[in-house]
Write a protein that binds this ligand. Structure first.
Ligand code: PMV
Length: 347
């Protein structure tokens, strides 16, 4: 009993990995497990309007980004629909209007693929939910994450809240390569309200896409040891998440960020996504931490921007530090204040 027409909207957040996913196998299976903080403020809102159509031979959709038609996103969506079709066999039966917008500024250098693919997966899956009596919400979330993964790997970590594990790791019950799950072991409260202030060092498009970067891990001279390293860091984080040891947290998280970029610098061809101000910020954070003993650290995505991570209890001091010392390294002085959030929501 699939609906003839309907409308649904979801807001899905971005996420920031603590242990990084870099390298993948066929079908968006990660080469190593990862764990991330779900964010709150950085999110995508997607509204899906749909109606059944006569001609079921092909996909049919219109796409609007921030109110305007967006032709250049269409191939990516089309690829996504093809990949998920066998799990949502009704996709060719509808015409879709997809209207999407981000809470963070356009071309801020913040990737919207995680939040965008998560929001779209949730909307498309909602049609199945409409047609199913008593669908279990756990199943719904798992399937949404599974579908989102096929759009963009890290998107599978944008369905659930605060700390999300993706990828099989021994000792983490229910961990799987197929979708993200709430971190299954004990998590100290300090991590449930962690802050992430994103310093926008470079707002333009990055020079090498993550798809290309992931592929360069095939045949990479350090790939095998990097994948083991990710498992070692996840294992070490287990105790840290439970006991709230911030010094150990910092050691692991900063090492993960630099290792991600070290993989890029040692790929063939090699490339660098950090910029001089990325390093200026890292050095300033290290100096400040040494001087004040405040447990603030950084992590990096596949780009030049810096995520400044710190416990909520130090937010006043760290924001003052950012305003006086770090803002000079941000493009047009721009940064985004975010914190750990609760996952995607129907709106
Ligand atoms: O989801 P993708 O394919 O855009 O890859 C994301 C990779 C990193 O952001 C660099 C790391 C991660 O785990 O999110």
């Amino acid at each position: 009993n699939y609906p003839k027409k309907g409308k649904v909207a979801y807001k899905a957040p971005s996420n920031i990995a603590l242990v990084k996913y870099w390298g993948k196998k066929e079908n968006q299976i990660p080469a190593n497990p990862s764990v991330s903080f779900t964010l709150d403020a950085c999110a995508t809102r997607t509204t899906l309007t749909y109606h059944q159509k006569e001609d079921k031979s092909d996909f049919s959709f219109d796409l609007f980004f921030e109110g305007k038609p967006k032709e250049d996103f269409k191939p990516k969506i089309e690829t996504f629909l093809k990949r998920i079709e066998s799990y949502l066999p009704y996709l060719r039966e509808y015409h879709f209007t997809i209207e999407t917008s981000n809470s963070f500024p356009h071309s801020s250098g913040i990737a919207s693929s995680a939040s965008g693919m998560a929001a779209l997966a949730l909307c498309l899956l909602e049609i199945e939910k409409e047609a199913t009596v008593n669908q279990d919400s756990e199943f719904f979330n798992k399937k949404a994450s599974f579908l989102a993964r096929l759009g963009s790997g890290s998107a599978c970590r944008s369905i659930k809240g605060n700390l999300v594990q993706w990828g099989k790791h021994e000792g983490l019950e229910n961990s799987t390569d197929l979708f993200g799950v709430n971190y299954p072991n004990k998590v100290n409260n300090v991590f449930k309200s962690f802050h992430d202030t994103i310093l926008l060092v470079h707002k333009g498009q990055k020079t090498v896409s993550s798809t290309v970067g992931h592929n360069l891990m095939n045949g990479h001279p350090y790939a095998a040891s990097r994948f083991v390293h990710a498992h070692t860091n996840l294992a070490a984080l287990e105790a840290v998440f439970a006991n709230g040891d911030l010094n150990q947290f910092i050691n692991i998280v900063e090492s993960e960020a630099l290792t991600l970029h070290a993989m890029m610098m040692s790929s063939t061809p090699y490339f660098i996504l950090m910029m001089p101000n990325t390093l200026n910020i890292i050095n300033a954070i290290w100096t400040y931490r040494k001087k004040t003993q405040i447990p603030v650290c950084f992590t990096l995505d596949a780009g030049a921007n810096v995520h400044v991570l710190y416990p909520e209890s130090y937010s006043k001091e760290v924001i003052a530090f950012i305003k006086t010392e770090l803002v000079q390294y941000c493009e047009n002085g721009h940064y985004i204040c975010d914190k750990v959030g609760n996952g995607a929501k129907k709106i």
